[in-house]
Design a protein around this ligand. Structure first.
Ligand code: G3P
Length: 214
């Protein structure tokens, strides 16, 4: 299972990349807007830190504009995955860019039907948003299970990238289902790596060692 960071914050990306377990980075226009830098500058900075897929999202809504943006992004670095919205125009752009050898990530997926369309268009990655489904009392992880099952049924090569992750349980459930990738906000990396019993265990070991007869 691959772990991606879902942030455009360079300090966070450097911090967690140093742990040696960051396989890629996803960004979106909202995350870039928080950073106050241009998309191109930030994506190129990220590419120097993480050697893995980096998603850079288009802002056009028409296929022709998405294709133009995608071709430009692809020149920035070999690891760029052009993030396209799951719309009919996004599908046209996905198919065209895929035929040109450009990697894609079809995003804002909320149904199995959309997941099938993204795979048919040849998406490299596809991003179902589990947290936003849970937010409206739907079941994000049930969608992941359905997508993994359907993709397995037909041998689709599109990778399932679980996005809009809100808590560690989403990551653990995605792993049990067999999703390919989870993209997570930085705090989830901390939550996955820590446990109160680990902390108290270390404290006790160190106290016992200090108090032992040498
Ligand atoms: O990058 C897409 C996705 O992970 C967004 O998550 O928290 O805005 O629903 P969120």
């Amino acid at each position: 299972m691959k772990f991606f960071l879902d942030t455009a914050n360079l300090e966070d990306i450097k911090k967690y990349a140093a742990w040696g377990i960051v396989d890629g980075v996803t960004t979106n226009p909202s995350l870039i807007a928080k950073e106050g830098v241009s998309l191109e500058k930030r994506i190129k900075e990220i590419a120097k830190v993480v050697d893995g897929p980096i998603s850079s999202e288009v802002i056009s809504t028409k296929a022709s504009g998405m294709i133009k943006e995608g071709r430009e992004y692809a020149k920035w670095h070999k690891n760029i995955h052009v993030k396209l919205p799951m719309t009919p125009d996004g599908l046209i752009a996905c198919k065209t860019l895929t035929e040109e050898g450009i990697k894609t990530n079809v995003t804002l997926i909320f149904s199995l039907g959309q997941a099938l369309m993204a795979a048919k268009a040849g998406a490299t990655l596809m991003s179902p948003f589990v947290g936003r489904l849970d937010d409206i009392s739907d079941d994000g992880m049930a969608l992941i299970a359905d997508i993994v099952q359907a993709y397995d049924n037909y041998g689709f090569e599109t990778e399932v990238l679980v996005a809009s992750v809100r808590h560690p349980r989403h990551v653990m459930d995605a792993a049990l289902i067999g999703a390919d990738i989870c993209t997570m906000p930085p705090k989830i990396f901390d939550q996955l790596a820590t446990h109160p019993l680990t902390d108290s265990g270390i404290k006790k070991f160190l106290e016992d060692y200090k108090n032992s007869k040498k």
